[in-house]
Design a protein around this ligand. Structure first.
Ligand SMILES: NC(=O)c1ccc[n+]([C@@H]2O[C@H](COP(=O)([O-])OP(=O)(O)OC[C@H]3O[C@@H](n4cnc5c(N)ncnc54)[C@H](O)[C@@H]3O)[C@@H](O)[C@H]2O)c1
Length: 257
């Protein structure tokens, strides 16, 4: 593979960590970013087999200054091509009429503004390099509604819309922008505070009856970033065990006439 640099956010945990590992396995160099310094350190230890091929930077994706330092680090790597995977994200649930304004601010700052700012900072590098690929992590919650999570759903719907519209503007310039939409995935975001009953309910609801794995999301991200996806642009790829294929109606078991 050419000297390709993968810039991955949210790498202190879950899906971002799996995406970073996937790109390293594929032979990329990588810049790993997260606001959680401890998480980043643990990830660096877990990925020590690729020591020397990646660097880590504590980064808050809601802060343009912090992102500027990340983009400067990426520029110093002098790669031939760039991939950006926006995996940093937060979840907060609750009914709309009870939600604190702070919940709205957090969800939109991290999930939407963070994704925008990262794209804004890395697109110039890609333009200079003659192209690149961006994959945003949205959610099935941005495609259809979840109970008790209207603000999270709205933020993820915005990520899908942002992906589609930005994809149009940059396709001619050689930058492909797509997103993936996971359903429940076995990371701290989903697993923490999820009891056995809720876990069973999720498995019952999913057509494949399985909670997704971070590595499965990483595989989809890597595919969309790869040359095999050269003609795929502005697409939202569900990684959801068939969940969004289902319209929500129960099975209609009729006796044969
Ligand atoms: N786990 C799921 O069930 C699921 C399902 C659908 C979509 N997603 C999305 O996948 C993405 C990754 O989530 P995950 O499941 O790995 O969650 P996670 O909580 O395990 O990891 C999220 C990471 O993002 C980092 N982060 C949060 N705010 C940040 C900020 N301001 N700047 C930099 N880093 C920040 C956290 O420190 C953490 O390391 C998120 O966008 C999430 O919404 C997750």
């Amino acid at each position: 593979m050419e000297n390709q640099l993968a810039i991955v956010t949210g790498t202190g945990s879950g899906i971002g960590k799996a995406v970073a590992e996937k790109f390293l396995r594929l032979g990329c160099t990588a810049v790993l970013a997260d606001r959680d310094a401890d998480g980043l350190r643990k990830t660096a230890e877990e990925l020590s087999a690729w020591k020397g091929r990646f660097s880590c930077l504590e980064t808050d994706v809601t802060d343009a200054g912090s992102i500027g330092a990340l983009a400067a680090l990426a520029r110093r790597e002098k790669a031939d091509s760039y991939v950006l995977a926006n995996c940093a994200g937060v979840f907060r649930g609750g009914l709309l009429h009870e939600a604190a304004e702070e919940d709205y601010d957090l969800l939109f700052d991290v999930n939407v503004k963070g994704t925008c700012l990262m794209m804004k900072a890395v697109i110039p590098l890609m333009l200079e390099a003659g192209g690149g690929s961006i994959v945003n992590v949205a959610s099935v919650s941005g495609i259809r509604g979840d109970y008790n999570a209207p603000l999270y759903c709205a933020s993820k719907g915005a990520v899908i819309s942002l992906t589609r519209a930005a994809a149009l503007d940059y396709m001619e310039k050689g930058i492909r922008i797509n997103c993936v939409s996971p359903s429940a995935t076995a990371t701290p975001m989903f697993l923490s505070g999820t009891g056995d009953e809720v876990m069973r309910a999720f498995k019952d609801a999913l057509p494949d009856h399985k909670i997704g794995l971070p590595g499965q999301v990483a595989d989809a991200v890597a595919f969309l970033a790869s040359p095999e996806a050269a003609h795929i642009c502005g697409h939202n790829l569900p990684v959801d065990g068939g969940l969004t294929a289902w319209n929500g109606q129960p099975r209609q078991d009729k006796d044969a006439e």
